[in-house]
Design a protein around this ligand. Structure first.
Ligand code: GMZ
Ligand code: MG
Ligand code: ZN
Length: 180
Protein backbone atom coordinates (compact mmCIF):
# COMPACT_ATOMS: atom_id res chain seq x y z
CA UNK A 1 0.00 0.00 0.00
CA UNK A 2 1.09 3.57 -0.66
CA UNK A 3 1.03 4.96 2.89
CA UNK A 4 2.33 8.32 4.07
CA UNK A 5 2.48 9.67 7.63
CA UNK A 6 2.20 13.43 8.17
CA UNK A 7 2.93 15.58 11.18
CA UNK A 8 0.13 18.10 11.74
CA UNK A 9 1.29 21.42 13.17
CA UNK A 10 3.74 23.09 10.83
CA UNK A 11 3.04 20.64 7.99
CA UNK A 12 -0.74 20.65 7.37
CA UNK A 13 -1.61 23.76 9.35
CA UNK A 14 0.27 26.81 10.59
CA UNK A 15 2.09 26.16 13.86
CA UNK A 16 2.44 28.53 16.85
CA UNK A 17 4.95 28.68 19.67
CA UNK A 18 1.89 29.40 21.81
CA UNK A 19 0.25 26.14 20.64
CA UNK A 20 -2.70 25.85 18.27
CA UNK A 21 -5.37 26.17 20.94
CA UNK A 22 -8.68 26.66 19.12
CA UNK A 23 -10.60 26.03 15.93
CA UNK A 24 -9.94 29.62 14.87
CA UNK A 25 -6.20 29.14 15.38
CA UNK A 26 -6.23 26.04 13.16
CA UNK A 27 -5.29 27.55 9.79
CA UNK A 28 -4.24 25.36 6.86
CA UNK A 29 -0.87 26.02 5.25
CA UNK A 30 -1.53 27.12 1.64
CA UNK A 31 -1.44 24.12 -0.68
CA UNK A 32 -1.36 21.47 2.05
CA UNK A 33 -4.99 20.37 1.92
CA UNK A 34 -4.89 20.19 -1.86
CA UNK A 35 -1.65 18.20 -1.63
CA UNK A 36 -3.33 15.62 0.62
CA UNK A 37 -6.20 15.37 -1.87
CA UNK A 38 -3.72 14.86 -4.75
CA UNK A 39 -2.14 11.98 -2.84
CA UNK A 40 -5.55 10.37 -2.24
CA UNK A 41 -6.52 10.69 -5.91
CA UNK A 42 -3.24 8.94 -6.76
CA UNK A 43 -4.16 6.03 -4.48
CA UNK A 44 -2.21 6.97 -1.36
CA UNK A 45 -3.40 6.28 2.18
CA UNK A 46 -2.82 9.27 4.48
CA UNK A 47 -2.23 9.10 8.23
CA UNK A 48 -1.47 11.90 10.68
CA UNK A 49 0.61 11.55 13.86
CA UNK A 50 0.58 14.62 16.10
CA UNK A 51 1.90 15.57 19.54
CA UNK A 52 -0.76 17.56 21.35
CA UNK A 53 0.79 18.31 24.74
CA UNK A 54 -1.46 21.38 24.86
CA UNK A 55 -4.09 18.99 26.24
CA UNK A 56 -1.89 17.92 29.18
CA UNK A 57 -0.88 21.56 29.66
CA UNK A 58 -4.54 22.57 29.95
CA UNK A 59 -4.40 24.88 26.94
CA UNK A 60 -7.34 23.15 25.23
CA UNK A 61 -9.42 20.00 25.76
CA UNK A 62 -9.98 16.82 23.75
CA UNK A 63 -13.31 18.13 22.48
CA UNK A 64 -11.59 21.15 20.92
CA UNK A 65 -8.91 18.87 19.48
CA UNK A 66 -11.70 16.76 17.97
CA UNK A 67 -13.29 19.88 16.47
CA UNK A 68 -9.95 20.83 14.88
CA UNK A 69 -9.61 17.36 13.35
CA UNK A 70 -13.22 17.39 12.11
CA UNK A 71 -12.49 20.74 10.42
CA UNK A 72 -9.26 19.39 8.93
CA UNK A 73 -11.04 16.32 7.58
CA UNK A 74 -13.93 18.35 6.18
CA UNK A 75 -11.60 20.75 4.37
CA UNK A 76 -9.59 17.87 2.88
CA UNK A 77 -12.82 16.18 1.76
CA UNK A 78 -13.91 19.42 0.08
CA UNK A 79 -10.76 19.04 -2.02
CA UNK A 80 -11.75 15.49 -2.93
CA UNK A 81 -9.41 13.73 -0.52
CA UNK A 82 -9.52 12.25 2.96
CA UNK A 83 -7.31 11.55 5.93
CA UNK A 84 -7.58 7.84 6.70
CA UNK A 85 -6.27 7.92 10.26
CA UNK A 86 -5.40 10.63 12.79
CA UNK A 87 -3.49 9.63 15.93
CA UNK A 88 -2.51 12.08 18.63
CA UNK A 89 -0.49 12.08 21.85
CA UNK A 90 -2.28 14.21 24.47
CA UNK A 91 0.45 13.79 27.04
CA UNK A 92 3.08 16.15 28.39
CA UNK A 93 6.87 15.72 28.25
CA UNK A 94 6.97 14.40 31.84
CA UNK A 95 4.09 11.91 31.53
CA UNK A 96 6.37 9.05 30.47
CA UNK A 97 4.04 7.87 27.71
CA UNK A 98 5.13 5.78 24.73
CA UNK A 99 3.29 7.81 22.13
CA UNK A 100 4.89 11.27 22.37
CA UNK A 101 7.28 11.86 19.49
CA UNK A 102 10.22 11.19 19.26
CA UNK A 103 8.97 7.92 20.75
CA UNK A 104 7.55 5.62 18.06
CA UNK A 105 4.25 4.67 19.75
CA UNK A 106 1.96 6.55 17.35
CA UNK A 107 3.83 5.18 14.34
CA UNK A 108 3.52 1.66 15.73
CA UNK A 109 -0.25 2.18 16.12
CA UNK A 110 -0.48 3.40 12.53
CA UNK A 111 1.41 0.35 11.25
CA UNK A 112 -0.83 -1.97 13.29
CA UNK A 113 -3.99 -0.18 12.11
CA UNK A 114 -3.06 -0.95 8.50
CA UNK A 115 -1.85 -4.49 9.26
CA UNK A 116 1.81 -3.65 8.67
CA UNK A 117 4.75 -5.04 10.66
CA UNK A 118 6.61 -1.74 10.28
CA UNK A 119 6.75 1.44 8.17
CA UNK A 120 9.67 0.45 5.95
CA UNK A 121 9.81 2.81 2.96
CA UNK A 122 6.83 4.87 4.17
CA UNK A 123 7.40 8.62 3.74
CA UNK A 124 7.24 10.46 7.08
CA UNK A 125 6.81 14.22 6.71
CA UNK A 126 7.55 16.60 9.58
CA UNK A 127 8.83 20.02 10.57
CA UNK A 128 10.71 18.85 13.68
CA UNK A 129 13.53 16.40 14.27
CA UNK A 130 11.33 14.38 16.63
CA UNK A 131 8.79 13.72 13.86
CA UNK A 132 11.46 12.25 11.60
CA UNK A 133 13.22 10.31 14.35
CA UNK A 134 10.00 8.66 15.55
CA UNK A 135 9.04 7.58 12.04
CA UNK A 136 12.51 6.27 11.23
CA UNK A 137 12.38 3.97 14.24
CA UNK A 138 9.74 2.00 12.31
CA UNK A 139 11.71 2.24 9.02
CA UNK A 140 10.03 5.39 7.68
CA UNK A 141 11.73 7.62 5.08
CA UNK A 142 12.27 11.16 6.45
CA UNK A 143 11.06 14.31 4.68
CA UNK A 144 11.53 17.71 6.32
CA UNK A 145 9.46 20.72 5.28
CA UNK A 146 10.62 24.32 5.72
CA UNK A 147 7.18 25.38 7.02
CA UNK A 148 6.35 25.49 10.74
CA UNK A 149 9.53 24.85 12.72
CA UNK A 150 11.30 23.41 9.68
CA UNK A 151 13.77 26.26 9.21
CA UNK A 152 14.72 26.00 12.89
CA UNK A 153 15.09 22.23 12.52
CA UNK A 154 17.39 22.81 9.55
CA UNK A 155 19.82 24.67 11.82
CA UNK A 156 20.50 21.38 13.59
CA UNK A 157 21.72 18.01 12.35
CA UNK A 158 19.17 16.14 10.27
CA UNK A 159 18.71 12.37 10.43
CA UNK A 160 20.69 10.70 7.62
CA UNK A 161 18.80 10.49 4.34
CA UNK A 162 16.41 13.32 5.17
CA UNK A 163 15.09 15.06 2.05
CA UNK A 164 14.15 18.72 2.48
CA UNK A 165 11.31 20.50 0.66
CA UNK A 166 9.68 23.91 0.99
CA UNK A 167 6.30 22.54 2.04
CA UNK A 168 3.98 19.53 1.89
CA UNK A 169 2.85 20.44 -1.63
CA UNK A 170 6.46 20.17 -2.83
CA UNK A 171 6.91 16.80 -1.09
CA UNK A 172 3.76 15.54 -2.83
CA UNK A 173 4.95 16.88 -6.19
CA UNK A 174 8.14 14.88 -5.68
CA UNK A 175 6.36 11.69 -4.59
CA UNK A 176 3.86 11.79 -7.46
CA UNK A 177 6.60 12.59 -9.98
CA UNK A 178 8.75 9.68 -8.81
CA UNK A 179 5.86 7.21 -8.82
CA UNK A 180 4.92 7.99 -12.45
O1 GMZ B 1 3.92 19.18 15.17
P1 GMZ B 1 2.86 18.35 15.89
O2 GMZ B 1 3.44 17.11 16.51
O3 GMZ B 1 1.62 18.08 15.02
O4 GMZ B 1 2.30 19.29 17.10
C1 GMZ B 1 3.19 20.16 17.80
C2 GMZ B 1 2.32 20.92 18.78
O5 GMZ B 1 1.68 20.00 19.61
C3 GMZ B 1 3.09 21.81 19.69
O6 GMZ B 1 4.22 21.10 20.19
C4 GMZ B 1 4.87 21.85 21.20
O7 GMZ B 1 5.98 21.09 21.65
P2 GMZ B 1 5.95 20.46 23.15
O8 GMZ B 1 4.81 19.40 23.15
O9 GMZ B 1 5.64 21.60 24.11
O10 GMZ B 1 7.32 19.86 23.32
C5 GMZ B 1 5.39 23.20 20.66
O11 GMZ B 1 6.37 22.94 19.68
C6 GMZ B 1 4.24 23.97 20.00
O12 GMZ B 1 4.76 25.11 19.35
C7 GMZ B 1 3.53 23.10 19.00
O13 GMZ B 1 2.37 23.78 18.50
MG1 MG C 1 5.02 19.86 13.75
ZN1 ZN D 1 1.53 10.15 24.68
Amino acid sequence: MKLIVLDRDGVINEDSDEYVKSLEEWIPIPGSLEAIARLCKAGWTVAVATNQSGVARGKFDLSTLGDMHFKMQQLVMEQGGRIDLIVHCPHGPDDGCNCRKPKPGMFRSIAEHFGLADLKGVPVVGDSHRDLHAGMLLGGVPYLVRTGKGLRTLEGTLPPGTQVFDDLAAVVDHLLESSR
